[in-house]
Design a protein around this ligand. Structure first.
Ligand SMILES: Cc1cc2nc3c(=O)[nH]c(=O)nc-3n(C[C@H](O)[C@H](O)[C@H](O)COP(=O)(O)O)c2cc1C
Length: 333
């Protein structure tokens, strides 16, 4: 039965706007790739235009059917998925999904994925000047594909060189989504910044595994999957903090955000915006609720601008506003 569309998030006096390169978002709450379809599936329950933005399912050059089932497993405080980038492919994305997305009035970030730098170039060549796309998130971090996944892309020099090739292909925002399963997310973030990315997303899912004892076998057909949800929040938060200390470009936090307070923690460690993923499977209105709770928290404490909250815990003990007044940049290391 169709659910009634919820009312728009209450108007708030707090200035929540954020800039991510050339893109201005009305607020910092985006839906995470792969957890919100192509936006239109949720439009009957969520006012997607009132969110900071909608990040689409990762699109690849050709359609993909993804991995064979079983490809979802529940774990304590989290979920494992090994979907493997099932998506409609570039041609149908342009002919079917983009027109619908445009009609929703949402700020759309298209997620793209490729097995090689050349595939990403072809995708951006085709989509870079399409109307209705405010930016691109490049999925450099899928843990569930055998080619062009997190391991392939977790090489700083490869990221830097690839972004140098992609940068001239679009004037919209270029966001690099990073894997957490690396020695240093900060080093990857620096490579992306040097390659010309406008922002990095920290982080995608963590590689995980679950076993059935009788019969003895992995719960997922592909053996491992990506862990998401509350179980990963402390891990993701630490990596977001590391990335925010490493680069001057905006960092977008992702991983286990289930309410407004979680979002505020990511913003406090230096994230400019956040993504809501697994929560949307539990409560389709989850992203809107995160936004409302966050705004209410700030408003109740007299914070007028999100900027005054952001980065309050970047690691040097001084509140962000004070550091900015003192003219201190975040620096590289
Ligand atoms: C079922 C599922 C599918 C996903 N598909 C994608 C995807 O296509 N591209 C991508 O960049 N991230 C994908 N992700 C990762 C999410 O965007 C997000 O980064 C991750 O789940 C951590 O956030 P969360 O704990 O809030 O879910 C997927 C996650 C899940 C659970």
């Amino acid at each position: 039965m169709p659910q009634p569309k919820s009312p728009e998030p209450r108007k708030t006096s707090v200035d929540l706007s954020v800039r991510i390169g050339p893109m201005t978002l009305a607020n910092p709450v985006l839906t995470a790739s792969g957890t919100f379809g192509y936006g239109d599936e949720y439009a009957h329950v969520v006012d997607v235009a009132a969110l900071g933005g909608v990040i689409t399912k990762t699109v690849t050059l050709e359609p993909r059917i993804g991995n064979a089932p079983v490809r979802i497993a529940e774990t304590p405080s989290g979920m494992l998925n090994s979907i493997g980038l099932e998506n409609v492919g570039l041609a149908r994305f342009i002919s079917e999904k983009l027109p619908k997305l445009r009609s929703l009035g949402a700020t759309v970030v298209a997620s793209i994925g490729g097995e090689t730098p050349h595939e990403l170039e072809r995708l951006l060549d085709a989509l870079g000047s399409e109307k209705g796309i405010a930016g691109f998130e490049i999925n450099f971090s899928c843990p569930n594909v055998s080619k062009g996944g997190a391991r392939y892309w977790a090489v700083p020099r490869r990221l830097e060189k690839t972004l140098e090739r992609l940068r001239p292909l679009t004037r919209t925002a270029l966001i690099a989504k990073l894997s957490p399963d690396v020695t240093s997310v900060g080093d990857l973030a620096i490579a992306c910044e040097q390659g010309g990315a406008d922002a990095v997303t920290a982080v995608n899912t963590f590689v995980g595994m679950a076993i059935d004892l009788e019969p003895l076998r992995p719960k997922l057909n592909r053996t491992t999957g990506g862990l998401s949800g509350p179980a990963i929040k402390p891990l993701a938060l630490a990596r977001c903090h590391e990335a925010a200390r490493a680069v001057g470009i905006p960092v977008i936090g992702s991983g286990g955000i289930m309410n407004g307070r979680d979002a505020l923690e990511f913003l406090a460690v230096g994230a400019s915006a956040v993504q809501v993923g697994t929560l949307s499977f539990i409560r389709p209105r989850g992203a809107s609720e995160v936004l409302e709770e966050m705004a209410a928290f700030l408003s109740a404490r007299g914070v007028k601008r999100l900027q005054d909250w952001r980065g309050g815990l970047l690691g040097d003990g001084e509140p962000a506003a004070q550091r900015r007044e003192a003219g201190a940049g975040r620096g590289k290391h």
